[in-house]
Ligand binder design. Structure first.
Ligand code: GDD
Ligand code: MG
Length: 347
């Protein structure tokens, strides 16, 4: 089956990290998320992926060329200017002649795609949305769902009092090519604001609620939450590091005397933890990080080659590749851009 991946957004809510790294290449459990997502899709028999990209698309292409291309057939369709979530799907219509999948590029889940596809076929639906249950639906597309799985209303990001339910669009769709005729071409179209509401009104939209782990990692709080949940064993992701007790530790990690790892932590290969430093709990260090003497890092995610200066204190913070925390600095709930990189350079 073919899957269309929507990875053209600017990732504004993860700025300034996404000034240098497009959201699909943001690491989750130390692997660029696109890689995690592709491994997940392959597990469900997806053998061809159509990447619809726009923002920092050269970086995405360069990354896939060196890391992914051999394992799955990849087609890149680059938008000169963003076509929106609907326009992006319409733009690749020529590749889609059978039932296909569409995936937002920032969804962390281990939900069983086979169940969704089976439900879609049984319903003979034009499009079927995977639906997650959340306590605050206002950040999402929200549906009014009938017991038989028909969606009869779809509202994107409604006010709290206008949300028809707590069932939200999980950003995972099974579609028939017939949907493509509902999308105007060569113009910006939001699938959530223009296509789904109309399909719901004409009874052509179905939905299936699922209970599996689901999270949109596109905000700093949810990005940290995805890591927290991973370290708590709530979702399984592919990682390179080896399990050691309650932690995951990469190769050639050095921990100096007096330094402490407080579980659970994920430490990438070649990290150096200095004397009396404290790392954890709920902390992820990318590859080649250097935590200097007496520094303390908790509930934070550091990307590759970050240096944390002596006696610095880092809490609930995300730091981009090659970022540097000054000696004795105190960072709480911060998002720190790493060293700027050249456009097109692999992350
Ligand atoms: N190709 C392309 N072109 N992709 C785009 C464009 C575009 O112009 N605009 C956004 N995307 C991609 C983003 O890269 C992302 O992977 C996906 O579309 C969704 O965009 P977000 O910006 O992350 O949307 P959201 O999180 O606010 O809302 C969407 O996801 C929710 C679930 O997390 C909607 O689909 C909601 O209805 C849904 O509930
Ligand atoms: Mg999103």
């Amino acid at each position: 089956m073919k899957a269309v991946l929507l990875v053209g957004g600017e990732g504004t809510r993860l700025r300034p990290l996404t000034y240098d790294v497009p959201k699909p290449l943001v690491p989750v459990a130390n692997l660029p998320y696109l890689e995690q997502l592709m491994k997940y899709l392959r597990r469900f028999g997806v053998d061809e992926i159509i990447l619809t990209a726009c923002y920092l698309s050269e970086q995405i292409k360069a990354f896939c060329k060196t890391n992914i291309e051999s394992a799955v057939k990849l087609t890149y369709v680059i938008e000169e200017s963003p076509l929106g979530t609907g326009g992006a799907v319409g733009n690749v219509a020529d590749f889609l002649h059978e039932t296909f999948l569409v995936f937002n590029g920032d969804i962390v889940t281990d939900f069983d795609l086979h169940t969704l596809i089976a439900f879609h076929r049984e319903k003979k639906a034009k499009a079927t949305l995977a639906l997650a249950t959340v306590s605050d639906p206002t950040r999402y597309g929200v549906v009014d769902l009938l017991p038989d799985g028909d969606i009869h209303r779809f509202v994107e990001k409604p006010k709290k009092e206008e949300a028809p339910s707590c069932w939200i669009n999980a950003g995972i769709y099974v579609m028939e090519p017939a949907v493509l005729s509902l999308i105007p071409r060569s113009t910006k179209v939001s699938i959530e604001r223009e296509v789904f509401p109309q399909m719901a009104e004409t009874h052509h939209l179905s939905g299936k609620v699922f209970e599996s782990y689901w999270l949109d990692m596109g905000t700093p709080a949810d990005y940290l939450a995805a890591h927290h949940d991973y370290l708590d064993g709530k979702i399984s992701l592919e990682i390179k590091e080896s399990r050691k007790g309650k932690n995951w530790i990469g190769e050639r990690v050095t921990v100096a005397s007096g330094a402490k790892l407080i579980s659970p932590v994920l430490i990438g290969s070649e990290c150096e933890i200095g004397q009396n430093a404290v790392v954890g709990p709920y902390t992820v260090l990318g590859e080649g990080c250097n935590v200097e003497e007496g520094a303390k890092i908790e509930r934070s995610v550091l990307w590759n080659k970050v240096r944390v200066g002596r006696e610095a204190n880092v809490d609930h913070t995300i730091i981009g590749h090659e970022g540097h925390v000054e000696t004795k600095a105190v960072l709480e709930h911060e998002i720190i851009r790493g060293a700027p990189r050249k456009l097109g350079a692999p992350p």
